[in-house]
Write a new protein. Structure first.
Length: 295
């Protein structure tokens, strides 16, 4: 049975609004792990200061791009996690501006820069004015985060959602088959490879073995999970080998790799591909073998 995805962590008065970011960042993000490894190794010179600041800017831009996609969020709880992380990012950026002011101060203390009096009317801003502006921006951002972060994150986390999401790979395949049967006017067949309730994820990335066959004009497509991604193959591209095994060197990878992806997202991808049906170029899975096997 499909169930609404429950929030992974409660946010009562004893749990800070940053908890969503802290848990998710630690458990699920290779990007976060790489940054934390760099910090543990040590950031000790101007090159690293500049590179980390530039990486932070790129990350903020990437977040905006990710959120602009159609399926960027499934539930209000997803939004709460993102808000928690972005507001922590704002707070950390404010801290970084404060540290930047201190770093410039150390330049002045070493005699490697001169701190003039603030510029007067009609004069161009100088180093003193720049440091004042940085302090002002830092204080403003800190004030905004302090006033709004907790209530905003908690409101998003408490909001009700109506998405019915799968709990594992098998439920995802079944849900996609159901949606295709409702939204596609040709034959759709769910091919079950194990008894109900007998699937346990082994972590291999190849799902439960079940797949979906989709009929088209003079063609047949197959939707399945393999090599940690969702894929669609066209049966006419298969080559039967000795022993009855069919191999595929060409397939279409769908837009998300999540095991419990929103079934409608996968269904939309499948219907778009079938409607377009272009000549496919070889696509290679994460393992790089370039061959799908079908028994």
């Amino acid at each position: 049975m499909l169930t609404n995805q429950a929030a992974g962590i409660g946010l009562d008065d004893d749990i800070p609004w940053t908890a969503l970011y802290e848990r998710t960042g630690s458990d699920h993000s290779d990007y976060v792990s790489e940054v934390r490894s760099a910090v543990e190794y040590g950031l000790n010179d101007p090159r690293e200061s500049v590179e980390m600041a530039c990486a932070a800017a790129e990350t903020a831009d990437a977040s905006a791009q990710a959120l602009s996609s159609t399926w960027s969020l499934y539930t209000p709880q997803d939004a709460a996690v993102v808000a928690s992380a972005l507001l922590v990012q704002l707070r950390n950026n404010a801290d970084a501006l404060t540290e930047l002011v201190r770093a410039v101060g150390r330049l002045v203390e070493r005699g490697e820069a001169e701190l003039p009096a603030p510029a007067g009317p009609g004069q161009s801003a100088n180093l003193a004015d720049a440091l004042t502006a940085l302090r002002t921006v830092s204080d403003t951002v800190h004030g905004l985060v302090d006033r709004h972060a907790s209530t905003t994150v908690r409101a998003l986390h408490a909001a009700s959602g109506t998405a019915v999401l799968p709990c594992d790979v098998h439920e995802t395949v079944v849900a996609v088959a159901t949606l295709l049967a409702e939204q596609y006017d040709r034959e759709v067949t769910l091919n079950r490879r194990h008894p109900d309730g007998m699937y346990e994820d082994d972590g291999s990335g190849f799902g439960c073995g079940c797949d979906v066959t989709i009929a088209a004009d003079g063609e047949e497509f197959n939707f399945h999970r393999g090599d940690s991604e969702w894929a669609l193959t066209r049966e006419s591209d298969g080559k039967e080998q000795d022993g009855g095994v069919t191999t595929f060197s060409t397939w279409e990878t769908l837009s998300t790799t999540l095991e419990t992806a929103h079934p409608q997202q996968l269904t939309d991808d499948i219907l778009r591909i079938i409607a377009t049906e272009p000549p496919w170029e070889p696509a290679f899975g994460a393992g790089g073998s370039g061959v799908w096997l079908s028994c």
